[in-house]
Ligand binder design. Structure first.
Ligand SMILES: [Zn+2]
Length: 411
């Protein structure tokens, strides 16, 4: 069993064929959720699923489950999947790789005449990208109960078309109640979408967790005054105080490596005039880390620093948390299955914590879940120049095959 391998050329050819639907002049893909092109992409993948002997179930939010029966169909399926919708300037691999890697696993099991005890399923989730319709990760979010079907149906694009109408129009408003579908374990293969694997020259990223994030709006209030007549010691310069806090955001992240992240990405200065001492500064803060404890420590340190700065300067400083997504640790059994499969196959590897969201965050609320990352060129995705090496995609798919077999068990 350990010398079993997928067919890398067939995987690559399928990726290139699917990428023709919505292909852009710059070599990328534009296949937004629930458009005619999404329907064509869905139809093609479903046809391939049927040709590989799988049965198809579509749920009410348009998630598609392609199933290969096991020898014991009372067991919940071992599932893999991702999404086939793309960004407006998307690439060939983001999402598509995870779905077609699952298909390639099934094709390989068919070739080798291997039955599994548990059924195997390949899923693709509706509107992961969140580009045409908000929120992101919509299909998997409804599936796990993060928000309701009604909320998702009511989401509209910029032309006023709703998810409910568009699902019905393209023929993917299914019967099954979202979530009314057991999962034994879930694996998702994905390009890394960051530069870490390539930089370290590793082939497989084992993903122990997805980072949590905490977003804030901070406002510092000083006093506008003339830049000439006002001596330095008698100023209330909001920008100078704001920049101290901004420096601290980065310092806090640096204190909690390797996954601490601190970013100030948006700044507004009032009145934003060359010869006026800034009277008010509004800015964003984005803190991230891999577990609740570290993220909470970073949060507390930032509040304490702001309190101290308030006392030291006498300026009014307000801070408000505007978003929070908790860190998502993946299940040790699934992380181990990926690690073991990678070791068995002899690929170079390292742990990579995901800084981006994926459907697996939501499946993790319902079933043991894990992810497999492969490098992408220069760490770039959500871009038409997104690229990945065929040998890396093949390696990730081999890891998926062996990790899924460990969970589904060869009959
Ligand atoms: Zn993706």
């Amino acid at each position: 069993m350990s010398d079993m391998r997928i067919n890398g050329q067939r995987l690559w050819d399928s990726l290139m064929e699917l990428a023709q639907i919505g292909a852009t002049a710059k070599g990328g893909v534009k296949r937004l959720a629930l458009t005619d092109l999404d329907k064509q992409g869905r139809d093609l993948v479903v046809r391939w699923g049927r040709e590989a002997g799988m049965s198809i179930t579509v749920d009410q939010i348009g998630n598609v489950f392609m199933r290969r029966e096991g020898t014991n169909n009372a067991l919940p399926p071992v599932m893999t999947g991702s999404h086939i919708d793309t960004q407006p300037t998307g690439g060939k691999f983001d999402g598509n790789y995870g779905v077609l890697a699952g298909l390639e696993v099934v094709r390989t099991l068919n070739d080798l005449n291997i039955r599994t005890e548990a059924p195997i399923e390949v899923a693709f989730w509706t509107n992961e990208e969140g580009s045409r319709f908000v929120p992101v990760m919509m299909g998997s979010g409804v599936f796990c109960g993060a928000f309701t079907l009604e909320t998702a149906y009511a989401a509209r694009d910029t032309e006023g078309k709703s998810v409910g109408e568009e699902l019905a129009r393209i023929g993917y408003k299914g019967e099954q109640v979202p979530g009314d579908h057991p999962i034994g374990a879930y694996f998702e293969t994905h390009i890394e979408q960051g530069p870490v694997l390539e930089d370290a020259d590793k082939v497989i990223g084992v993903v122990p967790a997805v980072m949590g994030l905490s977003w804030y709006d901070c406002v510092v209030k000083g006093m506008e005054a003339h830049a000439g007549p006002t001596p330095m010691g008698l100023r209330k310069d909001a920008l100078q105080v704001a920049t101290r806090i901004m420096q601290q955001v980065v310092a806090i992240a640096d204190r909690y490596p390797p996954y601490g992240r601190g970013t100030v990405g948006m700044v507004q200065v009032f009145p934003n005039s060359r010869n006026v001492i800034p009277g008010e500064v509004k800015f964003s803060i984005d803190l991230r880390n891999v577990n609740d404890e570290l993220l909470n420590t970073m949060h507390e340190e930032m509040l304490a620093y702001i309190e101290q700065t308030r006392k030291d300067t006498g300026l009014e400083i307000s801070i408000e948390r505007v978003s929070y997504y908790p860190p998502c640790p993946f299940h040790p059994d699934c992380v181990d299955a990926v690690r073991k499969a990678t070791a068995k196959l002899g690929y170079s590897t390292m742990d990579v914590v995901s800084g981006a969201g994926h459907d697996a965050i939501y499946t993790a609320r319902l079933a043991p879940s894990g992810m497999i990352f492969v490098p992408c060129k220069d760490g770039i995705s959500h871009n038409e120049i997104e690229d990945a090496k065929a040998e890396h995609l093949e390696a990730g798919c081999n890891v998926l095959l062996h990790a899924m077999l460990e969970r589904a068990r060869v009959a």
